[in-house]
Ligand binder design. Structure first.
Ligand SMILES: *Cc1c(COP(=O)(O)O)cnc(C)c1O
Length: 254
């Protein structure tokens, strides 16, 4: 079979070794004589997969144990809602640089004052606004590192006086970044790190202490982080396949 390339923003092309390892795990997962999708996520074999899949993104990004990572369902789009549900009590600041950023703003408005500090909507999101001021009384500042649809990418990390949140769905693990500047990072797997079905959420653990609102269980980050991404059945295949991609990224280096 001739491998064909797809230059679409997503789903992305995955390294062959990630595909091969995933096929093999679907046939016989870690010597269990069961498929990856037939074993319990509570089995020690899958627990070790999840532990590694949560640790590797932190290692690759150079983050220490003051950060933690989980895999959630619902795509990056669910994070547009979970982020403000958990952290927007009065006011948050957003940079509106594309369709996804605009969707994030739309969801934030359900939860509190949403201060759009700058927008490139006037020119159909074809540029990145440079001059904007982030209010110091915002609970966080949210931006999208790469505008997937129009291709406008932020080439530097904004200095933020408040916790810095970023949707990195389409450029995570594509280059070295100073990840310690961020308090929360999320990315739908299917653009840059695996198949659809899992969304990686990384946050600085101390942020969890700031959650005060009553939140339905599945939307409350505290449940997912305290249960180490096993609050309910995780998307096992998407996590396993993403882990294979992450191992390849680690081997190649950023
Ligand atoms: C694709 C994309 C999304 C939406 O991702 P889903 O996983 O489909 O919800 C959000 N943000 C960015 C930057 C994207 O590229």
């Amino acid at each position: 079979m001739t491998k064909v390339h797809n230059f679409s923003a997503g789903p992305g092309i995955l390294p062959q070794q990630a595909i091969d390892n995933s096929i093999s795990a679907l046939q016989n997962f870690m010597g269990t004589n069961l498929s990856l999708i037939e074993v319990s996520h509570r089995d020690k074999e899958f627990e070790s997969v999840m532990a590694e899949a949560r640790q590797l993104p932190l290692d690759i990004l150079g983050l220490g144990d003051d950060y933690d990572a989980v895999y959630l369902g619902g795509g990056a789009s669910l994070q547009f809602c979970m982020v403000p549900y958990n952290f927007l009590n009065t006011k948050a600041a957003y940079l509106k640089t594309g369709v996804w950023a605009a969707n994030a703003v739309k969801e934030a408005k359900f939860f509190g004052e949403t201060d759009v500090v700058a927008s490139s909507e006037d020119k159909n999101y074809t540029y990145v606004p440079k001059d904007f001021v982030i209010p110091t009384d915002a609970e966080y500042f949210h931006y999208t590192s790469n505008n997937t649809i129009y291709g406008t990418q932020m080439h530097s990390i904004p200095n933020s006086p408040v916790p810095l949140f970023c949707d990195m769905s389409s450029d995570i693990f594509s280059k070295q970044i100073d990840a310690k500047k961020f308090d929360l990072i999320y990315a739908g797997a299917q653009k840059n790190m695996g198949p659809a079905g899992a969304t990686l959420v990384i946050l600085k653990k101390e942020l969890l202490e700031k959650i005060t609102r009553k939140i339905p269980s599945m939307l409350d980050y505290r449940n997912h982080f305290s249960k180490e991404s096993m609050y309910n059945t995780p998307p096992v295949f998407a996590v396993y396949c993403s882990l294979q991609v992450l191992k390849w990224v680690k081997e190649m280096g950023l």
